[in-house]
Design a protein around this ligand. Sequence first.
Ligand code: NCD
Length: 310
Amino acid sequence: MKHLLSAGDLSRDEAVLILDTAEQLLSVAQRPIKKLPTLRGRTIVNLFFEDSTRTRISFEAAAKRLSADVINFSAKGSSVSKGESLKDTALTLQAMGADAVVIRHHASGAPHRLATSEWTKGAVVNAGDGTHEHPTQALLDAFTMRSRLGDLAGKNVTIVGDVLHSRVARSNALLLDTLGANVTLVAPPTLLPVGVETWPVETSYDLDASLEKADAVMMLRVQRERMNASFFPSAREYSRRYGLDVARMNRLPDHAIVLHPGPMNRGMEINADVADSDRSVIVEQVTNGVAVRMAVLYLLLGGATEGETA
Ligand code: NCD
């Protein structure tokens, strides 16, 4: 594996290897000195064309904990505002010797374009492209679920909300299917994408009906910035039918957990008391995200450079 573009590209063995490697790397975060020499001398560029808090700092922390040199590029305040293309930006970064490029872009397919071009020689990691995919988010979600629930084979995962605009939902559906879990997508009909019947999932419009058998519930952010029409009557109507409140949460089995990729709209798709409850693993997802991204960078860049032992 040279790049990580889609969660669907991972075989079961590859996915499990990433999760197992992340489990070992998680212990680094508990040490007083949170650093390994593994990627010393390697350069990783974080290329962010879209706003991000946790994904960008998570990749940055992951690269730094492996001792790589990190260059953070965000489109705002760069020559992209002057009209520079992805190609010219990538060529510039290549000229600086990037071993890996972590890219977030508003256009679905941008990481794929970069990986199949001559513009960069390094590994390309998709950190979220448009409404398409976000494979490291799915990996950190799987990691978090696995650590709380055990092997994911046969587990029921319910993903709720704005599936239409969610790269997290697509990547999760693909990865969870590979890992043997049963996925149910719950959304209003207007927020399910065309072609969802070809995904390896079941779909439902009824949240209450799917709660009793869920081992994990993943709430998705309502992505207003990507909405160009009215997809539901009102925010109040949406949260009444598709929001997770305490009454709904109490209908989950005792062992069930609640996930959210963040950023949350508290009061919209998730109630504040649910977000802060014992069942919520939202903060754990962030911690695990660093370990999972360390594992991805480590496995893609292969640890020691040729002729050198780390
Ligand atoms: C997600 C994203 O950017 O796709 N967030 C994240 O990476 N933590 C989900 C979202 O924006 O709602």
